[in-house]
Write a protein that binds this ligand. Sequence first.
Ligand SMILES: [Zn+2]
Length: 523
Amino acid sequence: MMKSILTLCALMALLLTVSIQYPLHQHAKYQRTKLTAPVPHHSKHIILVVIDSLMDTPLQEAIKQERAPALQFLIKHGQYFPNVVSSFPTMSVTIDSSLLTGTYPDRHRVPGLVWYDENEGRIINYGNGKREIVKLGVKPVLQDSLYKLNNEHLSQHVKTLHEELAADGKQSASINVVVYRGNFPHQLNLPKTAAFLNILPENLKTYGPAWFSYGSLSYVNPNNQKNYIWQKYGFNDKFSSEELKYLIQSGKLPPFTIVYFPDNDHSVHKNGPMDIKGIEQADRQIQEIFGTYNSWESAIKNAVWIVMGDSGQASIGGSRKESFIRLPSLLSLYRITKLRERVQKEDQILLCVNERMAYIYSLDKYVPLARIAGHLQKDDRIDVIAWKEGEIIHVIEGGKEGVLSFRPGGQYVDPYQQRWSLQGKLSILDISTKGNQMTYHDYPDALARLYGALHSHPGRYLVVTARPGFELVGESSPTHLNGGGHGSLHKQDSLVPMLVTGTDSSPKHLRIVDIKDWILKMD
Ligand SMILES: [Zn+2]
């Protein structure tokens, strides 16, 4: 029994974090004759491909080395935007929620991969590293990621792209995207062991768009049934493309499809931001998808293709001592919640680390946020340290003096037509002003994104990020020595490329929160 629990832990951890690198040995399971998808005359299908951690520089390099012919083809025949601003924290669950709802986490309410729910008095973790999962318990992590994320945490006050399209009488598809809420009930088929061990019911009901793929837990292509642990239960690029190919070949492709390619993220985490292997593999899958049409030209004639990243990654140095900012040591003055022990009455501080970003909570009313901020400021590897005081947000930075304070509304206008009141040292967020006009540099859309994270959930907390080259480390958070990491507000984590083929239109602003409206208006 013990062994099977451990196996299941490992298995579920894999299912969720998909963090271990297994070679993919999937073979094409079936051959089909080439079909061209039927195209209604009034509008084209829209296919949005999200390649996790796709970045401009390695993409350009991959193209130069002729290792990304499909992406090169799309750029050649369409528009290329190298710098689209992601959400914040730059973690997939928050970004996907922003992409689908067109809002930052102050409205969609998915604060990050790891955060603290003060109403329930527990850490919410959607699957961040095996060690953390085992300490927090497999059951709550599975319930949070497989059920609560979409059905409870994602705010009911915002509508997803799938919900808006359905209200417009248009069907849509979601393939391997972790945030997918829609109007149609679906069953998640969980491994029988999970039900046997009373971790989750064998069938879990959730709501997604009409066409819904979620690894081997839910799939549209009957040939995609067998996806094993070493294939990350279908949470891989190959599965994603097989699902999309099935929709195209069977003539079921709805007006809008979003498909997620997860593998590049693992490759970049391991090999660093200049990794090209992951892009090459994703490109190969896009070639496969194009292969379901008569020609690549016919693929772009019959659909609008949008290919984009979700976040960038910054490189993490190679010294355990230097590259990792160990928050428990920096704050050792305080009693910090131990993951296994849950929150205790005497605890003063709780850490929720999201790679290069962390939420740091003060659980003790006698420990002001400004004091914790002061401790963190002493470390020059720390970048942004921000917290709320009433309506005002204060921002300081590691290793330097000075404070920047801001709040929404006021005389300054940023490039997204948002108005702000600003006071203090603007260089902390690398903001410049000319008259009333503001410009962002190293921290794109910094004010709205910081505001979003600081209003994403109740509680007294700081938002902290690491400078490029460094990673924040909690009690058991995963680390990426000599590799890449994301989560921060910095442009290295925050800017993603976007390829658009089949339409001349573009979003109102080049931000992930502006994609939803653009797609809804597209004809
Ligand atoms: Zn990642």
